[in-house]
Design a protein around this ligand. Sequence first.
Ligand code: F6R
Length: 639
Amino acid sequence: MLNWRDEIDVKQKLERKHEKLLVNICEDVNSASIEIANIIAGLIREKEKAGKNFVLGLATGSSPVSVYRELVRMHKEEGLSFRHVITFNLDEYFPMNAGNDQSYVHFMHDHLFDHIDIPPENVNIPDGEIDQGEVYDFCQNYEQKIKEAGGLDLQVLGIGRSGHIGFNEPGSANNSPTRLISLDSVTIADAAGDFGAAANVPRRAITMGIETIMSARKIIFMAWGEKKTAVVKETVEGEVSDLIPATFIQEHRDVSVFLDQAASSKLTRVDTPWLVRDVKWDDLLIKKAVVWLSKKLGKPVLKLTNQDYNDNHLSTIIMNHGSAYDINLRVFKMFQKSITGWPGGKRDADQHDRPERSLPYPKRILVFSPRPADDVIAMGGTLNRLVKQGHDVHIAYQTSGNISVPDHEVIKHIELVMELTSGQNVQDIDLNGVKEMLNKKEPGEADHKDVRRIKSLIRKSEALASCRFLGIPEKNVHFLEMPFYETGTIKKASLKEEDIQKMVKVLRQVKPDQLFAAGDLTDPHGTRRTCLVALTRSLEQVKGDDWYAGCWTWLYKGAWQEWEISDIDMAVPLSPEELDQKRLSIFRHSTQKDVQFPGMEDMEVWRYSVERNRATAELLNRLGMAEYEAVEVFVNHKP
Ligand code: F6R
């Protein structure tokens, strides 16, 4: 078989010189998943034609969900048959009852097996129900079964933030067989959402070994979203090491890697393209390159020299756009222009080179917040300024956010309501029954609708408290309670027209001059990503309205990520007092204080938010801008 490098042209070879795997960067998760499903379907059909079984290694988790959705569609609409497919899943938690919602048995039936014609006896998933004493034999037998089936024709892989494939956590050897393994703390944190809390996640799992995975004739590896960027870069460009077990696949002879734009964003050819090819310089790329150079050399922008540019693959900027002096100044001014203490524009001032217009003043402003607290976590300081500067600020909480209210908080609130015996809005709820239900609830079990109603009320009261603290009147606070969120579990329903109409309604009611919304494509449970899709779809519906032509939209990021410094269009500095106010506005969401977010397990969420704003200020300072306490940043929404 040819090496993938032999099949690409010289230009591509250069561009991919740091890549040790064949990487396909796709437009989005959907198109990538369709491509992967097509490959799988093609291989299944080929084998079927030859009268043979197709042996397919499968993964669980969020990554392959849309691949399975497409395979199901192909089965239903195009007659793709799985009668001659034998599957082996990578892993299962241990111990784990197959009937549990979190079991991989449940996952596979829910997403694939229940919707296709695979014979039940062809399905193999490591058994999480056996006694520990039986695990060794079970694993040997699993390996044997794979061999007897003819070996894996194809193994589908996702990757964990720890660098695991299957559950082969850091430290796994390249000759490791199917076995029992302890889960890495990062993996436990990432699974916490599915189990209600990190404490409920099983500490162990049975996983196919690296050797088992590597024995597959073909591997398809996929990774989506910003939270995978670092580990994807290591897997594709790093050295083979058991510290990132996924790097072992570099030694396999037939691997195809599929990434979406976000997951590929730290690969050399995407992040610093000037290192591997000739680039066409525009303002944005120049800004990005200068920030990169400044960070690399630890020098403020205005101190970079011609020599610095030449020595670091950036001589073409100098050749085409003037000396270091000119370029430095140009980039410095871009940053300078983006920094403003007047996020809604400054009254009676020439604002032509500022991020926002002066007029109209005051502005009608609408902030979409995926869940209560997302608004203040991301832009509490900016909100404070907008209110103080006299704008008519509205907040629309897109979802109830009820899923992240801890049960013990509900019990506390019920006791209070019972104490007060008013129980407005909850009169038809049997409070005692709910209390009992919560006391008996299993980890990760879906919430009863009455529990969700109470949790929504709790989050509403906190959101109102936070808005009150910032001086936003109650009549300006809108609770959309978008239905896609109301499943009672981490897994959300898909967006419906009803969700979009809720956003359209508030947009038409407020007719904002300025709109803020969450712009991140990645969050552990997908809520923010769905809210962004909903934003695009709702703006599409109002784009013909008179007010819309005068509406500027700004995107913020959540607690998980921040915009790249070179991408920002508006930076709002916060004084130490303003940062303190921001912290206090986050504190009003008291039930969220101890909620652990995947990837943020070592700190409370407010700390992440404040630290992140401080880090942005520090970074701007290192680039040569003034020294601020903290900075919140936004990018223009380009639909
Ligand atoms: C799942 C598995 C894991 C996942 C990985 C990524 O069977 O073996 O390696 O592929 O943890 O999970 P997601 O896709 O949820 O990010």
